[in-house]
Design a protein around this ligand. Structure first.
Ligand code: GLP
Length: 248
């Protein structure tokens, strides 16, 4: 695991965009595993700028997103499909038909999960999986649990996640209680994982995930077992690791 220290959010975003750009340049038909949330917004902004200045071509890129709220349609402004369209896909030359996000309105959850799982397997996992991290160490929507779930599944969101994401909705009651998410096996099948973390609210999750025990109570800790993980964290997100002296 490589941990790259960024000065702040802006620096983290720039560095992350450089790594994703390099992947797209080297492998124009790569499969990008993509993430939502506040953390990657700056990264997408940089990628859009690079596309607009003619430095990047997404025409052969395919993408698979980590997760989606159950019950939200793709045009709901808090759905992750909407997030991806408005922050990234609408502004670059990726073919929308090659962008995949779980369908929040699927009639049958089990079938929807099995189909999304088969899609990820058909891609042999992402070439590069972008990840954020929850304050409780979740990756995608894999919440603290007694087990690591392997495949795509429907999950009941943790109270802390509902609270954390309430800022995007009119009220806490409006936050969906369930979501579809790639499982840990799907995430671990990515060839390279790029995890971003910014701010003191992530400092404990960063410390626990990358310097603590590997446990499903902290789902991000499984990444310690992946052969190619790059963490870009800003100084605030690394503050506890530094206090504890595990990071020089
Ligand atoms: C969300 C998403 C995750 C994201 C995380 C952190 O609930 N399901 O994919 O990484 O929580 O979000 P943020 O970047 O807004 O802090």
């Amino acid at each position: 695991m490589r941990i790259i220290e960024a000065k702040d959010y802006a620096d983290m975003s720039k560095k992350a965009s450089e790594i994703i750009s390099a992947k797209v340049l080297l492998t124009p038909n790569c499969v990008l595993g993509l993430a939502t949330g506040s953390t990657p917004i700056g990264t997408y902004e940089h990628l859009v700028k690079k596309y607009q200045s003619g430095d990047l071509d997404f025409s052969n890129v395919r993408s698979i997103n980590l997760d989606e709220y159950k019950g939200l349609s793709g045009d709901h402004d808090q759905s992750y499909r909407y997030f991806m369209d408005t922050h990234f896909f609408n502004h670059v030359n990726i073919d929308k038909a090659n962008t995949f996000v779980p369908n929040g309105l699927a009639k049958d959850s089990d079938t929807a999960c099995a189909e999304y799982n088969a899609l990820i397997e058909s891609f042999h996992g992402a070439d590069l999986q972008l990840l954020g991290i929850g304050g409780n160490g979740h990756i995608g929507f894999n919440e603290p649990s007694d087990e690591f779930k392997k495949g795509v599944h429907c999950v009941k969101l943790a109270e802390s996640t509902i609270k954390a994401n309430a800022r995007f909705f009119e009220s806490e009651e409006d936050v969906p209680k369930y979501a579809y998410t790639m499982g840990i096996g799907n995430i671990m099948s990515a060839k390279t994982i790029l995890l971003l973390a910014s701010g003191t609210a992530k400092a404990q999750a960063v410390y626990d995930s990358f310097f603590g025990a590997i446990t499903p109570k902290v789902q991000g800790s499984i990444l310690q077992l992946h052969p190619d993980v790059i963490v870009i964290a800003d100084q605030d997100a690394l503050s506890i690791a530094k206090e504890k002296g595990v990071l020089v």
